[in-house]
Write a protein that binds this ligand. Structure first.
Ligand SMILES: [Fe+2]
Ligand SMILES: [Fe+2]
Length: 268
């Protein structure tokens, strides 16, 4: 089993951050902001599912510690966004989807939901760790919070998947659940992302086409996030898929080493 270390990034959120912290570009900024709005509720749900089926496992405990710190950091991040006039317009839908998952899914299926989300966060983390472009022009604090989250999502990427297999989870369930998660997550994300851009006036007559072109560039341009996401889906369909079949520990460790001074380790 991999060693998993919970860390706290040394960020003072009280001073806030610039509205368009990612290179002055609303399209590039709100892509990350929308994800941040979605994290705390999701991460609490993930931890509940993992604890329900693997409560006494050491890796599950450390996974839970990392996700709890992520949720706490992103809650502070999101409070700044609210102060800037943005609103988590997907939260009510997320709450309803969560309630429905508890109503209609067995614990093993809910764990498959977590595996699907963890697969996407790991793919996004890998994208952030390997490709400098998405955060190249970002505020240093935001480079830190996103790099830290990416590194820890990489570090714990197999915990829920290993638990899922250990408690009898199979291929068909995880693949069907990935499709469901992909649809639901797309609804949550795009509603939020477009709303944040709308609040900035990015869809005014003058800015409409540059904004749409910017979104398209960020998703399907060279270096766009759509490519690693599409690849993630294809990889997950493989019956022999395992998160560590793609070993990106070196990229993770390089980032952690370079930023060690700005991270407080909770345990050795
Ligand atoms: Fe996380
Ligand atoms: Fe995670």
């Amino acid at each position: 089993m991999e060693l998993i270390t919970p860390r706290v990034p040394q960020i003072d959120w009280s001073g806030g951050f610039p509205r368009h912290w990612n290179g002055g570009d609303p399209v590039a900024t709100h892509f990350f902001n929308a994800l941040s709005f979605l994290f705390p509720r999701g991460e609490r749900f993930f931890v509940e599912q993992a604890r329900e089926l693997g409560g006494d496992d050491a890796a599950v405990r450390d996974f839970g510690a990392q996700e709890a710190i992520h949720a706490h950091q992103h809650a502070q991040y999101n409070a700044v966004l609210v102060g800037q006039g943005y609103e988590n317009v997907s939260d009510e839908l997320a709450r309803r989807l969560e309630a429905r998952a508890y109503r209609i899914f067995a614990p093993l299926t809910r764990l498959a939901v977590v595996c699907a989300y963890e697969h996407y966060t790991a793919a996004l983390g890998d994208y952030i760790l390997r490709d400098r472009r998405p955060l190249e022009r970002a505020d240093p604090r935001m480079q830190l919070v996103w790099g830290w989250h990416a590194a820890e999502e990489t570090e714990h990427k197999a915990v829920c998947f290993d638990l899922y297999r250990a408690v009898g989870g199979g291929w068909l369930r995880r693949v069907l659940v990935l499709m469901l998660v992909t649809m639901n997550f797309s609804r949550l994300f795009w509603r939020l992302y477009l709303d944040m851009l709308r609040r900035d006036g990015s869809f005014s007559l003058r800015k409409f086409f540059p904004t749409v072109a910017g979104i398209a560039w960020n998703v399907i341009g060279p270096g766009g996030v759509g490519w690693p996401m599409a690849r993630a889906i294809v990889r997950y369909l493989n019956p022999w898929f395992h998160p560590w079949n793609e070993d990106n520990r070196a990229a993770m460790q390089a980032w952690l080493d370079a930023n060690a001074a700005r991270l407080r380790r909770i345990r050795a």
